[in-house]
Design a protein around this ligand. Structure first.
Ligand code: IMP
Length: 208
């Protein structure tokens, strides 16, 4: 990866203040300054990639070229094996305009039922996260993380968001919705992708 200077400003290519705060808390201890695409008034590009990585790259490159700074974007979602990877990159869209994830979880369950997927093995799923770090000239680095498990019904737990109440990670009996957030954050797809990014950033700062 290209070297990055201490104090370098990284643009977070997100208009979601919660996400920006979370990412800033990871990058600032490494000595980077953080500003969001929202604060800079950057336009949101159309996410028409075919994969999580494509969409993260589209967002990071758009923010980097518009701001003239290094930019970081993420994209994530739930992939259900029996549904050929759906909802996948459309995970947010399955919540509808109201971002109603009770509805999105029900839709996933209806499709699983239609396929006769009843055993834990037939109900395998994973969360995926892709991160892209892009430079204004279009150069980029990407990092991915996944957490695998199975889907249960009905939804359980109020602690998470999105599809958390129906996802039980491998090696556990409780859903992400029932799990303490610190525990989820230590094993999640996002945590795994960020661990790889932070390793690369540390190395880039040392000039290696
Ligand atoms: P985006 O990456 O912000 O576009 O979000 C994609 C969608 O995937 C979210 O709206 C959630 O529905 C779903 N998703 C991503 N990560 C998680 C997670 O950790 N738990 C539950 N749902 C998630």
């Amino acid at each position: 990866m290209r070297p990055l200077a201490t104090g370098e400003t990284i643009v977070i290519a997100s208009h979601n203040p919660g996400k920006v705060r979370e990412i800033a808390a990871l990058l600032e201890p490494l000595g980077f300054s953080v500003v969001s695409a929202g604060e800079l008034g950057l336009p949101e590009p159309v996410e028409d990639g075919a994969t999580f990585t494509d969409n993260a790259l589209i967002k990071a490159r758009a923010a980097a070229s518009a701001s003239g700074r290094v930019a970081l974007a993420d994209d994530s979602g739930l992939c259900v094996a029996a549904l050929d990877g759906a909802p996948g990159i459309h995970s947010a869209r399955w919540g509808g305009p109201e971002k109603d994830f009770a509805r999105a979880m029900r839709l996933v369950e209806e499709e699983l039922q239609a396929k006769g997927a009843v055993t834990p093995e037939q109900r395998r799923a994973h969360f995926a996260c892709a991160l892209a770090l892009a430079w204004p000239d279009g150069a980029a680095e990407t990092f991915t993380g996944e957490v695998h498990g199975r889907l249960v019904w009905p939804p359980r737990g109020e602690k998470g968001f999105g599809y958390d109440p129906v996802f039980v990670p491998d090696g556990h009996d409780i859903t992400f919705g029932e799990m303490e957030p610190e525990k989820k954050h230590a094993m999640s797809h996002r945590a795994r992708a960020f661990a790889k990014l932070l390793d690369a950033l540390r190395a880039a700062k040392d000039g290696s």
